[in-house]
Design a protein around this ligand. Structure first.
Ligand code: HEC
Length: 165
C-alpha cells in the first residue's frame, strides 16, 4: 500500500486509511440498524405518550387505592395502645401477649424452656432496642420473628414486660 495512491491517505499518526476497502457487512448492518432503531425508539417515546414516570404514577395510584382497605383492618389494633397510660397497664398487656405468643417456648414465667431464660443475661443484648429487634426479626437459633404477627406497639409492650422479668 503506497502513500501516493490517491485513495489512500496517511494520517498524521501514521495510520493509513484504505478507502477502497468497504467495511464488512455486519458493520453496516449494526451501524445503520442502530440508527434506525434509535430513531424508531425516540419517535415511539415522543409520540406514543408513554413514559415510565406516568406508568409509575399510575401504579402508585393503584397501590394507594388499595391501602385504605388494609389500613382499615389494621387501624383498630394500634388504637388501644395509643392510649398508653401507666407503665403497669402496658406491662400487664405485655404479660397477656407473652402468655399467648411466647410462653410456649420461653416458659410461662419466661424462665426458659425450649427458648432461653429471659429473666437473666441476654445473648443479643438487654436493651430496649436489642430486645425489640429479637422479637420483631427473630434470632438465628429458632427464635421466630413477630414483625408480621404483632404491631410495633405490642412488641414494645412485650419488650417492656420481658425486661421487667
Ligand atoms: C418457637 C419457639 C419460640 C417462640 C414462640 C418465641 N421464642 Fe424467643 N427465642 C427462642 C429461641 C430458641 C431463642 C434463642 C435464639 C438464639 O439464641 O439465636 C429465643 C430468643 C429470644 C430472645 C433473645 C434472648 C437473648 O438472649 O438475647 C428474646 C428477647 C426472645 N426470644 C423473646 C421472645 C418473645 C417476646 C416471644 C413472643 C413474642 C418469643 N421470644 C417467642 C424461641 C422462641
Amino acid at each position: 500500500m503506497s502513500t501516493t495512491d490517491p485513495h489512500n491517505e496517511e494520517h498524521a499518526d501514521g495510520i493509513v486509511e484504505d478507502r477502497e476497502k468497504a467495511p464488512p457487512v455486519y458493520f453496516n448492518v449494526l451501524f445503520y440498524g442502530l440508527i434506525i432503531w434509535g430513531v424508531a425508539f425516540m419517535s415511539f417515546y415522543l409520540l406514543s405518550g408513554w413514559s415510565s414516570d406516568a406508568e409509575l404514577k399510575e401504579k402508585m395510584a393503584i397501590h394507594k387505592g388499595e391501602q385504605p382497605v388494609q389500613q382499615e383492618a389494621a387501624a383498630p389494633t394500634p388504637a388501644p395502645a395509643a392510649v398508653q397510660a401507666p407503665a403497669e397497664v402496658v406491662a400487664a398487656d405485655g404479660q397477656t401477649l407473652f402468655k399467648k405468643h411466647c410462653a410456649g417456648c420461653h416458659g410461662a414465667n419466661g424462665k426458659g424452656a425450649f427458648g432461653p431464660d429471659l429473666s437473666g443475661e441476654y445473648k443479643y443484648g438487654k436493651t430496649t432496642m436489642a430486645v425489640h429487634e429479637s422479637i420483631a426479626y427473630g434470632r438465628p437459633k429458632n427464635m421466630p420473628g413477630f414483625e408480621e404477627k404483632l404491631s410495633p406497639e405490642e412488641i414494645d409492650a412485650l419488650t417492656e414486660f420481658i425486661l421487667s422479668l
